[in-house]
Write a protein that binds this ligand. Structure first.
Ligand SMILES: [Mg+2]
Length: 192
């Protein structure tokens, strides 16, 4: 079995929800970015923790996981978020763009149906701030079918902490899989 994918959310994980004044935590640095389809004179303000890049690189270099963005930023995560954190241009899950007004239109995370197909029977460690109890049931069900599935859920107002990365490494190390060759953990085209 190949190493698990490490699916990485952005909003609520790398970009915490803003406080009442619209700012991020003191640990985070403000950036103005221009996502695809937006004009340069109308950038989006985001807050990123510069420490997250080296922490994530430490995880990636172990070869214990295959990192892939899984976020409504889609390709912009690869082209905008990765370089701001000093990460290589990691591949991304090309999520659909459903017309929804809640992130849980069916009681579970809107990304999940697409991710479920995308994963096939691959093992996964998925970090996202927005899972529901139905997502945790889905993870438990996959795991019972030899598709190890670990969900890690940061507080969206705090975001990613070092302890989450320690948990990722700990859980990945316990999965019954061999580490990937070094070249397999670097950037490749969008995974299928
Ligand atoms: Mg999120």
């Amino acid at each position: 079995m190949r190493p698990p994918y490490l699916l990485l959310d952005v909003d609520g994980v790398l970009i915490p929800f803003p406080d009442a004044e619209g700012a991020g935590p003191a640990t985070h640095t403000r950036h103005d970015v221009v996502p695809i389809g937006r004009s340069a004179d109308n950038p989006v303000t985001i807050w990123l923790n510069p420490a997250h890049g080296p922490l994530l690189m430490h995880v990636i270099r172990t070869g214990l996981v295959i990192p892939v963005w899984c976020t409504s930023w889609r390709q912009d995560a690869t082209t905008l978020i990765s370089p701001l954190l000093g990460l290589p241009p990691l591949p991304y899950v090309d999520l659909p763009r459903p017309q929804i007004t809640t992130s849980h239109p069916n009681g579970y995370l809107w990304k999940r149906d697409h991710v479920d197909v995308w994963l096939g029977d691959s093992p996964v460690i998925w970090i996202d701030d927005d899972f529901t109890s139905l997502d945790h049931e889905w993870a438990a069900e996959r795991t019972t079918h030899d598709q190890p599935t670990v969900l890690i859920q940061p507080d969206p107002y705090v975001g990613l902490l070092a302890e989450h990365l320690v948990e990722i490494l700990g859980r990945a190390a316990l999965l019954p899989i061999a580490p990937a060759p070094a070249s397999d953990s670097s950037c490749e085209a969008e995974a299928a």
